[in-house]
Design a protein around this ligand. Structure first.
Ligand SMILES: [Fe+2]
Length: 183
């Protein structure tokens, strides 16, 4: 079961997400859809409704987790599964780390949402380099966090290579693509 965009926006309001996290999520959803539509033109079979809903809801519990220090990928996933959105919950669980070994020739909804989240800093498109340099400044003060971010960065560059090889574009071209709402 996949919620509509309207239902996602209603849930975002209901769970009291901070305004800046809502703005971030709207932009992640836009970027994730743009990429998915282009990838589907190249023969991928990405579920657009799933990508949009999971992107909108990926940080659903982040506002609360800023206080509780819980892992918002996990609590968000549990919450969504608990209200019947099993598949959305699976994608949200992997928006920080993609757990499954990726298929080299196909892009999953998990990879798209994960990657789009890394290309959107606050509510604007940036390069992975810029996003990670900001994350390292904010969270990399201790060695363990820096190590974690380095590993995460390596993984995301792998996803980026796969996506843009299929699209036959450069990652920087993302800024020139526009969302066609007629999908
Ligand atoms: Fe997040």
């Amino acid at each position: 079961m996949i919620p509509t965009r309207e239902e996602c926006l209603r849930l975002m309001g209901e769970y009291g997400m901070l305004e800046n996290i809502v703005a971030h999520s709207l932009e992640v959803a836009r970027v994730a859809l743009i990429l998915s539509i282009e990838l589907n033109k190249k023969g991928q079979k990405i579920d657009l409704g799933l990508v949009e809903a999971a992107s909108l809801l990926h940080d659903l519990t982040k506002t609360e987790c800023l206080k509780t220090k819980e892992d918002h990928a996990q609590t968000g996933s549990q919450l969504l599964k608990g209200i019947g959105y099993e598949r959305i919950g699976e994608v949200v669980a992997q928006h920080i780390w993609v757990c499954k070994e990726g298929d080299p020739s196909s892009v999953s909804e998990e990879e798209i949402v994960n990657y789009a989240d890394k290309r959107v800093m606050h509510d604007r498109i940036v390069s992975l380099e810029e996003r990670f340099s900001d994350l390292k400044k904010r969270y990399g003060k201790i060695d363990r966090s820096m190590d974690y971010l380095e590993r995460l960065q390596k993984e995301i560059y792998g996803i980026e290579n796969k996506i843009f090889c299929i699209l036959q574009m450069n990652p920087g071209d993302l800024r020139n693509l526009h969302l066609d709402r007629n999908w």
